[in-house]
Design a protein around this ligand. Structure first.
Ligand SMILES: O=C(O)CCC(=O)C(=O)O
Ligand SMILES: [Fe+2]
Length: 194
């Protein structure tokens, strides 16, 4: 399994291209597009409500609620394909996860804005395993204190990105829109809620 360490100050980032084969990735993408009950959540900004520019779903162990972008969500139990992906991540990373947030970016107009995954319930140094299937998209990182520190990563079909250590304290990340004609992308982030 090839692994690339992304050397950035105040961060711990590791990228595993081809963590899933092309064949497995295509199968998982098809499954997620067809079998997940996707929802489009609202977000409140400046006192106004907007629809998020992507679809989401939350899975997890019983009784683990998760508050994300101001919305508290109750997870559905893990379907077996997600359990299989989770086990594979846990094995290579030596970490355990109990919830999984799924995002579906239907095309290049779907996106996720700048944020850090620093909710209290994720503990002091959140460990997040981010798995991508489908269209390649660019992932941006920027340091919260030093604006000259920025990074761009291409998240490929079947890849795994680990974010750990102090990454969420010092860095924000986003998945910007793209004008390129791109197909759907499904991203799974495995997290541990305490
Ligand atoms: O889609 C991605 O790669 C990023 C997802 C993300 O940052 C999140 O779910 O918190
Ligand atoms: Fe995130």
């Amino acid at each position: 399994m090839s692994k690339k360490i992304i050397e950035l100050p105040d961060a711990c980032l590791e990228y595993f291209p081809g963590f899933f084969s092309q064949e497995e990735s295509d199968r998982y993408l098809g499954y997620f597009l067809k079998s997940i009950e996707w929802q489009q959540d609202k977000i409140k900004m400046f006192g106004k409500e907007f629809l998020q520019p992507r679809l989401t779903a939350l899975f997890g162990e019983k009784e683990k609620s998760y508050t994300y972008s101001g919305i508290t969500m109750l997870p559905e139990p893990f379907p077996s394909p997600i359990l299989n992906i989770k086990s594979k991540c846990e094995e290579i990373l030596g970490e355990k996860f109990n919830i999984c947030l799924l995002n579906l970016y239907r095309n290049g107009s779907d996106s996720m804005g700048w944020h850090a995954d620093d909710e209290r319930e994720l503990g002091k140094n959140p460990v997040i395993a981010s798995v991508s299937f489908g269209a390649e998209r660019i992932f941006h990182l920027k340091h919260q204190k030093d604006p000259s520190l920025r990074e761009k990563l291409v998240l490929e079909n079947g890849s795994l990105l680990l974010m750990a250590g102090t990454t969420q304290h010092f860095w924000k990340h986003q998945l910007p829109k793209t004008k390129k004609k791109v197909g759907p992308r499904v991203n799974l982030t495995f997290r541990k809620v305490y």
